[in-house]
Design a protein around this ligand. Structure first.
Ligand code: HEM
Length: 416
């Protein structure tokens, strides 16, 4: 069985996964010169695969399902239990359309405008010579704009705590021990908050615009015409808010990219919209965020001389596909210009998943992510000047999720 498929060395590879982090799959497919290999993770047999062809197979709903793929520990921190990420078939598509309906280009633009307004409003607090940590500021700004846009009341005195909770859920996904438990507590707190808000909307106590995310989640009906129960509506509302706050990670990496490639600043300064977008795409490709995805084999099939048996867990390498030298020339160079002539196949550039978002599990929030990143870069380059004091900007590929260690400290901030 699977005699031609390379097997990762050792009885169990969980420790190597913790040590190699984002590079766990890439290191091995490079070593074996093969798109896939078998490993054992936490006692179960797993097929790990990487690259564009692997992504096409992974996103075939006839071959894979998401139900049963996500460990409970990830559901109890990052995504919420039984949420959209675990659904399949018609029920998934129905739920997905709800998310897609909220992430329209006008809404992407509105969020980007809110972001610019919030960044501008932060300047007076920063002027006067003190230091700020960009990652922390970004968490607060994004939490304010996410709640404002979604129609959720949020007092200024609550912002830090709520932003911290959303951020803790994300930080927990690859963690064990205290970071994991912090994420669980943060989720329990945020779900309680969201259940209360949804109940207030349903009872008419809280009036909210009909085109808001809060209204949409509170009154969404499933395929059988039943309203989501309060807990499910709360979980899915968090699935809109938390990832907006998570854009703080890409914002922090954007600042690092600007710092490491000052020549890019001039081009952003010239107001070239296309260049700004290319820069953002290269940040999403180059820097690590989502490491890999999991799905279970729906029915037996053979691909690449490998027998995929019903129920097997399969991991698709996101980080490695975005650094695959068959797709990307010199993948370990940061070069926004590579996106100039870029024509995506939907399975080659997958920082937020692959395929068509309306038909599969690909992230519905890419437009929002790109527009908020563009507004923030415009702000950092064109609206303020600042210094970058000595600090530890290194980031570890073993830690998932990772971030520059200092969070990107800025000082001597002044309006331009
Ligand atoms: C799904 C990454 C931002 C909402 C996903 C997936 C990834 C991802 C890797 C899984 C794709 C799959 O399972 O095939 C990211 C990253 C983001 C981001 C790195 C940047 C911070 C957003 C934003 C939103 C969002 C801004 C909404 C406002 C979702 C939802 C799903 C999802 C609801 C589940 C889709 C489904 O299962 O059908 N995202 N995302 N994400 N994302 Fe994002």
């Amino acid at each position: 069985m699977n005699g031609q498929v390379p097997h990762a060395k050792g009885l169990d590879n969980s420790l190597e996964l913790m040590q190699d982090g984002y590079l766990f799959i890439k290191k091995r497919v490079d070593q074996y010169q093969c798109d896939l290999f078998e490993a054992r993770l936490l006692g179960q047999k797993v097929i790990c695969m990487s690259g564009e062809e692997a992504a096409k197979v992974f996103y075939d709903p006839e071959r894979f399902q998401r139900n049963g793929a996500l460990p409970k520990r990830v559901q109890k921190t990052l995504f919420g239990v039984n949420a959209i990420q675990t659904m399949d078939g018609e029920a998934h598509i129905h739920r997905k359309l709800l998310f897609m309906s909220l992430m329209t280009p006008p809404n992407q633009k509105r969020l980007a405008e809110f972001a610019m307004e919030q960044w501008q409003a932060s300047i007076p607090k920063w002027e006067g010579g003190g230091k700020i940590v960009l990652f922390e500021e970004a968490n607060d700004v994004l939490c304010r704009i996410a709640c404002h846009w979604a129609g959720i009341p949020l007092k200024e005195s609550e912002v830090k705590e709520r932003a911290g909770d959303f951020s803790a859920m994300v930080d927990a996904f690859g963690a064990i021990g205290p970071r994991h438990w912090k994420g669980r507590r943060a989720r329990a707190k945020a779900e309680k908050w969201m259940r209360e808000v949804i109940e207030e909307v349903r009872s008419g106590k809280l009036k909210v615009k009909e085109d808001s995310a809060l209204h949409a989640m509170a009154f969404h009906s499933d395929l059988n015409g039943n309203q989501l129960d309060t807990q499910m509506a709360a979980v899915e509302l968090i699935n809109v808010l938390r990832p907006i706050v998570a854009i703080a990670t890409f914002i922090t990496f954007s600042a690092l990219a600007l710092h490491e490639h000052p020549e890019c600043k001039e081009k952003i300064r010239s107001g070239d919209e296309n260049y700004l977008e290319m820069f953002v795409e290269e940040v999403r490709r180059y820097y690590p965020f989502a490491p890999f995805l999991g799905a279970r084999v729906r029915k037996d099939f053979i691909w690449n001389h490998c027998e995929f048996k019903t129920g097997m867990l399969v991991l698709l390498d996101i980080y490695g596909t975005n650094h695959d030298s068959r797709i990307w020339e010199n993948p370990n160079e940061f070069r926004p210009e590579r996106f100039k002539e870029w024509k995506s196949s939907l399975f080659d550039f997958i920082p937020q998943g692959g395929g068509d978002p309306a038909e599969g599990h690909r992230c519905p929030g890419e437009g929002i992510t790109v527009e908020i990143m563009k507004a923030t870069l415009d702000f950092l380059v064109n609206k303020i000047q600042f210094q970058v004091p000595a600090q530890d900007l290194s980031y570890s590929l073993a830690k998932m999720p990772t971030l520059p260690k200092s969070g990107f400290i800025m000082s001597h901030i002044m309006r331009k």
